[in-house]
Every structure is written in structure tokens, then in C-alpha cells.
Design a protein around this ligand. Structure first.
Ligand code: SAM
Length: 282
């Protein structure tokens, strides 16, 4: 940065695994700002060392973001440029930085993104699922009840859904998805992207669940989970009927499941029966 450059807050993406994904522009910016704000200074210290970047580093994480943002704002107002990085990928995407960026912008200071890796975009681009419209949902709640409610709220969404998920919960989350979205929607598990054990598998939800349940290796590492949205031609009512039938068919014969669905959702017995048969034969 030249001395008379306008003080700028740079939002710098870093690799999500493969260090070769670090851009030359990211290296240049990090080398030349006055200070780097990083989520975990020790973790980012290794990255900076790898690229021989010697810029001073301060922490900015979930617990000190408010107070640290004020300090960084003062430095920007005094004419220094600042870069924000997170542990991996693009800052602010399920990572700290929102409060800093909004505060700095409120004070009329320039904010410049230096784009690069982002797990959700990498996963979507290789998943084979519709990519024209998508909804990023971040992490689902870890408690089952809240997770099921969150999925329930998304049951009629027709955009591709993208979630970050812990490997410890991947199987339980897939089970909830099968129960709520049905077993047939295409879904993708993108694991360990850009790393040695990168795996990107797209299958109908129930098959993906089986595959994960039968191979412990699929329950390791970092994961992005993507699910195709509801097909446009399937109405919200049909989605709800299928959801209820899927749950009931686990415990009851077709006729009984159809009868209960018919009285619960005010759909004709014949329609419920036909839909139940289809679900059974899939
Ligand atoms: N800011 C990051 C980004 O741009 O993707 C995401 C940070 S969030 C705290 C971390 C989560 O992102 C992980 O739990 C995982 O769901 C996802 N993730 C990060 N790196 C990944 C990778 N290499 N492969 C798959 N998922 C990854």
C-alpha cells in the first residue's frame, strides 16, 4: 500500500485446506496492511509464516468482536489499513466479522473484499445440484428438536439448500432430512474439500444416509451438506402429505397410514393411498 492510500478494511479469503488456493492478491494485501485481525492468531500465524508474511496480528473472534471492532475503527480513522481473515475460507461466512464490517461502513470507511475459497461455493459448484438459485443456511441447531423444526421450516423451499454440519452429527441430520424432506430428493455430501480425502457424493437422501451409516470414514472431517429444493411442480400440500406418510409408513401398513393422513390433512383417502403406495415402491 502506498503511503497516501485511503485507509481500507480488506476482507481477505484464505484457503479451506489446500494452501495453493491462496491468491497472490491475498498475500500482497496481508503483507502490506498495518495489522491483520484474525479469528485465532496461533492458527493464522502458521498460514502467515508459510507465506513469509510478517504483519502484526491481533485477535478478533466471537467473544471480543464488539470491543476489538472499536479499536480497529480508530486505527482505520487514523489512516491505517486493516485486513480481516478467519481460520479458513471467507470471513463472515459462518465466521466473525459482520459487526466489524457494519461498524466500519457506518463510519464511511472503504471496505474491499479479496475473494477466494468458500466451502459452500466449492461444494455447490461440484455437487451436480441446481446452482441457479440456492439458500445457505449455515449450521443447523445441534439439538434434535430444534434441528427438526428448522428443517420443517425449509420443507417447501425450492432453492438448493446448503448447510455446514459437524461430522459428529452428519448421520443424525441425514436421518432427520429423510424423515422431513422424504427419501428421494437428491443430496450431496462434500467432505474435506481441497484436501487429501476430498469426497463429493450425490445420491437420493435415503441412499446417502445408508452410505454414510455404513462407512465411518464418511463421518470424519469437515462437511458441507446440500439438498435439492422441492421440485416446482410439487405443491406445498403434496410435500406435507408425503412427509406425514413417510413418518407413518415406518410404523403402519399402507392402508392405515393413508387413512390417518387423510383425516389429518383433509385429503381424499384415495389420493393418500396412491401417494403412500408410490412412497412404498420407491
Ligand atoms: N468461512 C468458511 C467458508 O468460507 O467456507 C466457513 C467457516 S465455518 C466456521 C466452518 C465450516 O465450513 C466447517 O464446519 C464445514 O462445514 C465447512 N468447511 C470448511 N472447510 C471445509 C472443507 N475443506 N471441506 C468441507 N467443508 C468445509
Amino acid at each position: 500500500m502506498s503511503e497516501n492510500e485511503t485507509a481500507t478494511l480488506y476482507i481477505v479469503a484464505t484457503p479451506i485446506g489446500n494452501l495453493s488456493d491462496m491468491s497472490q492478491r491475498a498475500i500482497d494485501v496481508l503483507q502490506h496492511v498495518a495489522v491483520i485481525a484474525a479469528e485465532d492468531t496461533r492458527h493464522s500465524g502458521h498460514l502467515l509464516q508459510h507465506f513469509s508474511i510478517t504483519t502484526p496480528i491481533v485477535s478478533l473472534h466471537e467473544h471480543n468482536e464488539q470491543q476489538r471492532s472499536e479499536v480497529l475503527l480508530t486505527r482505520l480513522q487514523q489512516g491505517e489499513s486493516v485486513a480481516l481473515i478467519s481460520d479458513a475460507g471467507t470471513p463472515l461466512i459462518s465466521d466473525p466479522g459482520y459487526r466489524l464490517v457494519s461498524l466500519v461502513r457506518e463510519h464511511g470507511i472503504l471496505v474491499v473484499p479479496v475473494p477466494g475459497s468458500c466451502a459452500l461455493i466449492a461444494a455447490l459448484s461440484a455437487s451436480g445440484l441446481p446452482s441457479d438459485r440456492f439458500a445457505f443456511e449455515g449450521f443447523l441447531p445441534s439439538k434434535q428438536g430444534a434441528r427438526q423444526q428448522a428443517l420443517q421450516n425449509l420443507a417447501t423451499e425450492n432453492r438448493t439448500l446448503i448447510f455446514y454440519e459437524s461430522p459428529r452429527r452428519i448421520q443424525a441430520t441425514l436421518m432427520d432430512m429423510v424423515a422431513i424432506f422424504g427419501k428421494d430428493r437428491s443430496a450431496c455430501l462434500a467432505r474435506e474439500l481441497t484436501k487429501l480425502h476430498e469426497t463429493i457424493e450425490t445420491k437420493p437422501l435415503a441412499e446417502l444416509l445408508d452410505w454414510v451409516a455404513n462407512d465411518e470414514n464418511q463421518q470424519r472431517g469437515e462437511c458441507v451438506l446440500l439438498v435439492e429444493g422441492v421440485k416446482q411442480q410439487q405443491s406445498a400440500d403434496e410435500v406435507e402429505i408425503n412427509r406425514v406418510l413417510t413418518i407413518l409408513l415406518k410404523e403402519l401398513p399402507v392402508k392405515k397410514a393413508a387413512a390417518i393422513t387423510s383425516s389429518l390433512l383433509e385429503v381424499s383417502k384415495n389420493t393418500a393411498y396412491d401417494m403412500a403406495l408410490k412412497l412404498q415402491h420407491k
